[in-house]
Design a protein around this ligand. Structure first.
Ligand code: NAD
Length: 485
């Protein structure tokens, strides 16, 4: 039974796309969850045209009014937390005990944060000894935003909130795997008073995203997705000299020194690998443990992870839900097989689970590989599933060198009781976001983003303002024009 409809939101109106039919499945049981139609290039064009019209209105709207709209939309979404958490759980397969406390909440906090920031987006005054210059921070224009499937409403808000606070208009394309909650954001913004055309949603897969990125009416592209997609999207955007923010994949390291509080390190490693069934971009999937504490670490890790409750994500007791789709499930299972073949030792999980699970769902047991080496495929490539690789090291210098030996640079974590060492090590790690004695905490006040192939630009915090505004310089002459002619 189809529970939900997949629709576009263009110029303030919900409408079906004009393209081919699309459906999504509930990953918990493989039943059809939502159906509708993909957007055509014509739908994308209509959305961009609506956004250009909306932009003219919104950029002329005083910042206090922009802030009021964002605050009100935040409250509307907060009031719908439980209903939207259920939508996210059905769309992504992530456990309801996560979506009820994280997804809408983190999206709303972003709207509230940027509502608060809206009034303080200013240029600067530059004294030039008699004359002066000033800068204006102006909106970039129409922002194309494209999302991944793991945290749909959070990603939608992380892009919408800073863009709208700065006076931009947005055309958002959610992942074709999770198309539902973007519309809830659009409706909340509309109810809160956002003028028609300022926030639009188009539905579809790669072709729809590509049409959006290529559209000459788009001034900036913000993508959350894989490094491969990021490279393609950034190169197309470069053709039109469009600004980009790229939030891409990772293979992040988590280093556990011999003096670490091992219980905390185990909690960190679990959060860094099993939360959201491991489908988090910043996950610390390469866990480097000092050789002197490896056995103790693994013993605690396995004992505590053995009790994780895998199952139907709508049940409140479930801690680990299914994988989002068959494609992703197959990818993860093939990496697990490769890990076994290349000689890593399975100390936990290592298999798909169907017994006592809802029929048809894509369940993978939380998996820990020990005895991993740096050259193994599971240690080098992003898996995006509940698969942890544990490696050992002897010295601090070695841990840093091996942690940095990756083409990615999204995040990194260090567990140590020696705070000097903590700061010294993170200063040398090639990653956009680091944690000392915790993992995967991303408060809205802290910039988030990657280096190397993990992306460019930053989301969240005041840093995002730089990526949703452009600076105009204005020189003011207070005297006569000095002309040599
Ligand atoms: P994906 O790259 O397959 O797709 C991401 C989005 O891009 C989707 O909406 C897709 O339709 C669209 N797309 C694909 N090809 C396109 C093209 N040529 N032009 C325009 N749009 C195109 O990624 P995914 O499978 O949805 O998500 C998983 C990936 O996202 C992982 O690599 C993960 O690490 C990454 N991710 C990164 C962050 C972050 O903040 N850094 C957050 C979540 C996920």
């Amino acid at each position: 039974m189809t529970l939900y409809q997949i629709r576009n939101f263009i110029d303030g109106k919900l409408q079906p796309g004009n393209g081919v039919a699309m459906t999504t499945l509930n990953p918990a049981n493989n039943e059809v969850l939502a159906s509708g139609f993909e957007s055509t290039a014509g739908d994308v064009d209509a959305a961009v045209k609506a956004a250009r019209k909306g932009l003219a209105v919104w950029k002329a709207t005083p910042s206090a009014q922009r802030a009021r709209v964002l605050f009100k939309a935040a409250q509307i979404l907060r009031d719908r937390n439980d209903e939207l958490a259920l939508v996210e759980t059905r769309d992504t397969g992530r456990a309801i005990q996560e979506t009820e406390i994280v997804d809408v909440v983190s999206g709303v906090e972003c709207l509230e944060y940027f509502a608060g920031v809206a009034g303080s987006i200013t240029g600067e005054h530059i004294d030039l000894a008699g004359n002066f210059a000033y800068t204006r921070r102006e909106p970039v224009g129409v922002c194309a935003a494209i999302g991944a499937w793991n945290y749909p409403i959070q990603i939608a808000c992380w892009k919408a909130a800073p863009a709208l606070a700065c006076g931009n208009a947005v055309v958002y394309k959610p992942s074709e795997v999770t198309p539902l909650s973007a519309i809830a954001v659009a409706q909340a913004l509309q109810e809160a008073g956002l003028p028609d055309g300022v926030y639009n949603v188009v539905q579809g897969a790669r072709e729809c995203g590509a049409a959006l990125v290529e559209h000459p009416g788009v001034d900036k592209v913000s993508l959350t997705g894989s490094a491969q997609t990021g490279a393609k999207v950034a190169s197309v955007a470069a053709g039109g000299m469009k600004a980009v923010t790229m939030e891409l994949g990772g293979k992040s390291p988590m280093i556990v020194f011999e003096d670490a509080d091992l219980d905390n390190a185990v909690s960190g490693a679990q959060m860094a690998n099993f939360y959201s069934s491991g489908q988090i971009c910043s996950n610390g999937t390469r866990v480097f443990v000092h050789e002197s504490v490896k056995d103790a670490f693994l013993e605690k890790l396995v004992a505590r992870s053995n009790t994780l409750v895998l199952g139907d994500p709508e049940k409140p007791e479930t801690q680990v839900g299914p994988i989002v789709s068959k494609t992703q499930f197959d990818t993860i299972m093939s990496y697990i097989e490769i890990g076994k073949k290349e000689g890593a030792t399975v100390v936990l999980g290592g298999e798909a689970v169907s017994e006592n699970m809802p029929k048809g769902g894509y369940y993978v047991a939380p998996t820990v590989f020990a005895d991993c080496t740096d050259d193994m495929t599971i240690v080098r490539e992003e898996i995006f599933g509940p698969v942890m690789s544990v490696l050992t090291f002897k010295t601090e210098e070695e841990a840093i060198r091996r942690a940095n030996d990756t083409e990615y640079g999204l995040a990194a974590g260090v567990f140590t009781r020696d705070l000097s060492r903590g700061h010294r090590v993170v200063a040398q790690l090639e990653a956009g976001t680091c944690w000392i004695n915790t993992y995967n905490i991303t408060p809205i006040e802290m910039p988030f983003g990657g280096v190397k192939k993990s992306g460019v630009g930053r989301e969240n915090s005041r840093a995002a303002i730089d990526h949703y505004t452009r600076v105009k310089s204005v020189y003011v002459e207070t005297g006569d024009v000095e002309a040599p002619y």
